[in-house]
Design a protein around this ligand. Sequence first.
Ligand code: IMP
Ligand code: MG
Length: 179
Amino acid sequence: MDKDLSRILISQKEIEQKVNELGKQISGDYQGKELLLVCVLKGSIIFISDLMRAISIPVIFDTIAVSSYGDQTKSSGVVRLIKDLDEDITDKHVLIVEDIVDSGLTVQYLKKMLEQRGPLSVKVCTLLDKRERRVHDQRPDYFGFIIPDEFVVGYGMDYDEKYRQLPYVGVLDTKIYKE
Ligand code: IMP
Ligand code: MG
């Protein structure tokens, strides 16, 4: 385990199993449909890489980047679009893939923005759901794990751009961000 963590919350094996389950579920639900997966940079990059290989129907892939966090552990309350999609989403089924839904602000912003562009549907798949911190009434259509209100890193998720490479999800030791 990385020395800056207080414990491992979700192991590599547990993630792998859950990602495969989600892939199967999504493949079934979107059978015969044209599906566009949206990677919300940078946090969901590892999750979406594994998830798309667990999906058996054809998909297309695009990226979007927003910011609400800076390098703090709490949301700023304002979402800013940093990089838009490259693809036209008119008449497409869109699945936003997130690392974690916390207050719900980011997902609310993204859904609202993409729904204005004439897609057939916009849904959300998140690896982690920090449900007890929800402020904006957002329910992910697909989620991997419901987690408690603790700051986590790994499997794409960062603190101050670090720890994204860890193959598991761990709780960051509070001494790291209280220093
Ligand atoms: P929300 O807008 O409050 O729902 O926050 C969503 C974004 O905040 C996520 O996509 C993450 O990038 C980031 N975030 C929230 N909680 C954590 C955490 O525990 N670790 C790392 N990033 C987090
Ligand atoms: Mg994110």
